[in-house]
Design a protein around this ligand. Structure first.
Ligand code: ATP
Length: 227
């Protein structure tokens, strides 16, 4: 078991955002975390990273309980987060952004450059002058440079041009093929479902459905994803 989220509840001040989320991920699995807007997907991710620590429940990463662990320590255990809004260092170059994140492992500068040739072509450019899609690639590249055991992608393709989205989905498929464990939140089901091994659906801060993509019938989609 790589990640074991056990019945967590999470608050923002007095307001409760998660009322009981549980799911597990095995090594090498791609899990799609789904649900309508505001149902708790980002909060679940922030809870896993201890950016907003859960109040009750437990989270184990690689068998280790992460409660009271500082976010950087959770990252060091091997959780690589690409947060919503693709944060990079704006005044560092592409190259500097990537090497600043580096930790030893199979993901090197060369490998990231091969995954995203657009980044290689722009290695000396300041991150702030990249397009939104290129910044997203840089954010993913940075996370990979930490050589994570689990990559978390929160809306990594949102608001990007179609060609760039294709590049990012191609990269995600390649990462899966290489055996990387990925927890992914994304609204494009036509891309997400073929790559997912399993889906976890949240509703009002609770995990309410889990299954393989083939079980995600139109009925289930209507009920929980309501488009
Ligand atoms: N910083 C915050 N302070 C207070 N409440 C918050 C904060 N962030 C999120 N919430 C609330 O927590 C609940 C879950 O939000 P969350 O962002 O986790 O949902 P989500 O499923 O990721 O939605 P979206 O797809 O819209 O990002 C919502 O009711 C939201 O209003």
């Amino acid at each position: 078991m790589l990640l074991d989220v056990q019945d967590i509840t999470t608050y923002y001040g007095a307001s409760q955002a998660l009322l009981g989320v549980e799911f597990r991920m095995g090594e090498g699995e791609v899990v799609a975390l789904m649900g309508r807007n505001g149902m708790g997907k980002s909060t679940t991710i922030k809870s896993i990273c201890n950016l907003v620590p859960p109040k009750t429940g437990r989270i184990f990463f690689g068998g280790k309980g992460t409660e009271r662990m500082a976010p950087y320590k959770v990252a060091r255990l091997g959780v690589g987060l690409v947060p919503e809004g693709r944060r990079c260092f704006p005044n560092l170059s592409v190259h500097e952004n990537l090497v600043a994140a580096a930790r030893p492992g199979k993901w090197t500068l060369d490998k990231v450059n091969a995954l995203f040739p657009r980044l290689q072509e722009r290695h000396a450019q300041m991150a702030k002058s990249l397009s939104g899609g290129e910044q997203q690639m840089l954010a993913i590249g940075r996370a990979l440079m930490t050589n994570p055991r689990l990559l978390i992608l929160d809306e990594a393709t949102e608001g990007l041009a179609p060609v760039i989205r294709q590049d990012i989905w191609r990269a995600i498929r390649q990462l899966k093929a290489e055996g990387l464990s990925i927890l992914v939140v994304d609204k494009t089901l036509s891309e997400l479902l073929p790559v997912a091994d399993r889906c976890v659906i949240l509703e009002n801060g609770r995990s309410v459905w889990t299954g393989v993509p083939a079980e995600l019938t139109a009925q289930v989609q209507d009920r929980y994803l309501g488009v």
